[in-house]
Design a protein around this ligand. Sequence first.
Ligand code: ATP
Ligand code: MG
Length: 462
Amino acid sequence: MRKTVLVVDDEKLIRWSLGNKLTSWGYDVGTAENVKDACEALSEHAYDLILLDIKLPDGSGIDVLRRVNAITPDTAVIMITAEGTVETAVQAMKLGAYDYVSKPFNLDEMRLVIEKALEKADMKKNLDYFKAHKKADIIKNRIIGESRAFRRVLELVNKVATSPSATVLLSGESGTGKNIIAREIHNRSDRAERPFVTIECSTMPENLIESELFGHEKGAFTDARSIKKGLFELANTGTVLVDEIGDLPLVMQSKLLRAIDERRFKRVGGVIDYDIDVRIIAATNIDLEIAVEQKRFRRDLFFRLNVVPVQLPPLRERGNDVILLAEFFMQEFNRQFNKDFKAISDDAKTLMLDYHWPGNIRELRNAVERAVLLESENEIRPEHLILKPMTETQTAGYEKPDRTLDDNLSLDEVEAKMIKRALAMSGGNQSKAAQILGVSRDVLRYRMKKYGIGKDSVNNGT
Ligand SMILES: Nc1ncnc2c1ncn2[C@@H]1O[C@H](COP(=O)(O)OP(=O)(O)OP(=O)(O)O)[C@@H](O)[C@H]1O
Ligand SMILES: [Mg+2]
């Protein structure tokens, strides 16, 4: 992201030459020739840095500096001094200016001072962030899973991690690991050492969402007694996880879309545009496409977010991962509760493999936690696992997980299995089964013949 610099000097030649140089060094440049113009420019854009002449026709650079401190305190200021103004420069440093350069200046020196000031400003911003988030978690995840379905997720995670600005849409049932995967994408990216901020759309009171996201100016509304930075501003240069994005009210959806598209935003009650450079990861456990159809979610925002869709498979489709996860959690809670569980019994494993896990990994983790905490043996057995019985609708729509799919079935065998299953689901109706599989009825018939599947296989769906 290009940094923005404002050059404030009454000498046209200086504005012109500095402006050209700064542009060639890769900065976006604005200019102003007096205090009034400078203040106007400042109220339109939050600059990263200001080169500020002390002697201006309608006042002193110090006035501009005060203004900066009041409205965009993160902006770095470098004073430009002429003969006889060095003392003022010292005063300016006390007021928070980063440095000063004397006229006539050398451009190489100027460049160095600018880079140093921007670096310091960045460090200060990060420090502010970490102060605000004391337990700024440098959490290292342990992510477990080897199933084919989950490996596909991890491959995608690796891919998007290397493109540090790509927007990601994570979807999946509750407890499938959306938060942990979002964190992992951040951790593996170039932004790893930058802030990771989560916006919880579902728990935020509607009237506060906008100021939580974008911050507010002093006096923006009755309770706004001071300036508040929004989560986007705090996350700048890092990653924002917009969690349960389906719960975001429609008005906020358009504001979010605008911020993402323009890569800038205004604080509530403010007029200044702030640039943002963040990666957006959105997470949802509802089907956003359906929400779009029902006009509860903006189509344009959905398309904007759906750049890299990552679908987290439910636990019941991850085959043996359920055992790996259970063993991992068993060790975790052994340490936490000072217990010594050594194994999971075979029939407990079978139970875990067959159960439908509506609460997914969170439910599994809780079940293991409970067993390790309350039981005093050293083996987890079926009676230790308190699992919710399946409701009727769940049983109807749910087939026992197909463990063999992760084994070395040939493609033909998998296809035969899918056909049998579709037939079972359609109650033997071939047109319906063909629809489920997304093939024509002729193709289905042909393949049924090829695999020797008769109409009698209807009740033998697995
Ligand atoms: N692959 C995994 N390996 C280890 N732990 C995992 C894995 N996936 C999820 N977990 C753990 O399972 C729990 C639930 O995960 P997480 O909170 O990320 O799910 P979620 O999809 O965000 O759920 P919700 O939709 O309810 O917010 C967490 O404790 C998380 O650490
Ligand atoms: Mg979550």
